[in-house]
Design a protein. Sequence first.
Length: 504
Amino acid sequence: MEFQIICDRHFVVGEIDPRLYGSFLEHMGRVIYHGIYEPGHPDADDEGVRRDVLEAVKRMGVSCVRYPGGNFVSVYHWEDGVGPREQRPRRAELAWRSIETNAFGTDEFIRWAKKADIEPIFSVNLGTRGIDEAVQYLEYCNFPEGTYYSDLRRSHGVKEPYGVKLWCLGNEMDGLWQIGHKTAAEYGRLAAEAGRAMKRLDDTVELIVCGSSLSTMPTCPQWDLETLDLTYDIADYIALHQYYGGQEMGTAEFLAQAVDFEAHINTIRAAIQVTKRKKRSKKDIKISIDEWGVWETPGEAVDNAVRREPWKIAPAISEQIYTLEDALLFAQMQMAMLRNADLVKIACQSLLTNISSCIMTENGGACWLQTIYYPFACFANYAKGVALQSVVAGDVYESRQFGSVSYLDALVVWNEAERELAAFYVNRSETEEIKASLQAQGFEVKELISHMVLAAADKKMTNEKDHQAIVLKNCEDGVLERDGCTVTLAPLSFHMVRMRAKKR
């Protein structure tokens, strides 16, 4: 098959926010304990932080991390996770039916974040708690001194405020699974009042309100419209969450779900525009996709696992091992977000370690990288600057759910600072190579910097047994042209093509 990809330097989607390359840590299973934090591990530092995981996070290019949940936050008492460890209570944690030791909390996370060089995104409990606790948590983190909670932080040895700017007002409050679930009207009013109080204490914070948890939620997009109507004056972002499974549908249908993801983004885009016009507002609200990923294990399987053996400390639950096929859908989800870079400004891949994760760890042993780690690292390290509008011309196939779907998914990014064009491709075809010819109008291409490929002989191959089975490899293929480059894409593969260029 032959495809042509056409872009123009004058037609820019938007600037790519570095916070699009975020991740997520929740007190669930082995994400925290034995994930990023394991005192006594041979590679742990004096604070119990796993240095091998920390280095993998840095290489991955993670820019921000959302914490502490997730479903977990809807029953969380933030006060349990600060101060001397020996004084912290153990809790029966209801979201995942485990025992939470609170050995790792806010203070530990902030120290970890500094080591990882990431921006923290905090969530407040609007499930079982409310306005008071949200403001008190903010006071603990951001108020300089002279109040009860700021002085409490100082008594814990932290004189300078943490200065956390991004705050999620609850988590997935549209979901019946959420402890403290609310209707859109109930949630919107509580979020508005909590947010208003938080901004009264610190008017520099940016607030993220809960949007729909999945595109398939029966309340989507009505939930988003109602929530925006009630919170538009105080919100800076509306959250969009999305996971995809369905590997049993077959590869063509499975990979076509990226079309649904982009449609979901555009639906929420429309909801924001309708609300803005309705309120005659000049304010623009952006989207935070602060949970996203490929999740093979359905929610019932997680529930059954914790039901069979509840009340464990850091139980190994829902530890999905990713295939090449999963990595291709994962890459397309990132491409969809970048194609909407004018509106989508924050994104948190879910989760960072051990559950639907990029990084896996062995208790007391090594860490290794899943297939999805590699496309994330490609985008985080090289998709910088602006996303360009692109036209992709070539063959399509018919999806049962989504209609006509291109065999090629493509994204082109221009990095002015580095004078670099980067093209990202996914070949959705199981059987045919694609000859992809990029025509970058308004650019003069000088040099092919690199062509990296993620592929495998078996689409179900993983890195579980052989940790180097599916890794990025250098590809010598690539024919430079004055305004672009032609490359050959193997069936079911992900590609990153970097070119030195200048504007004409």
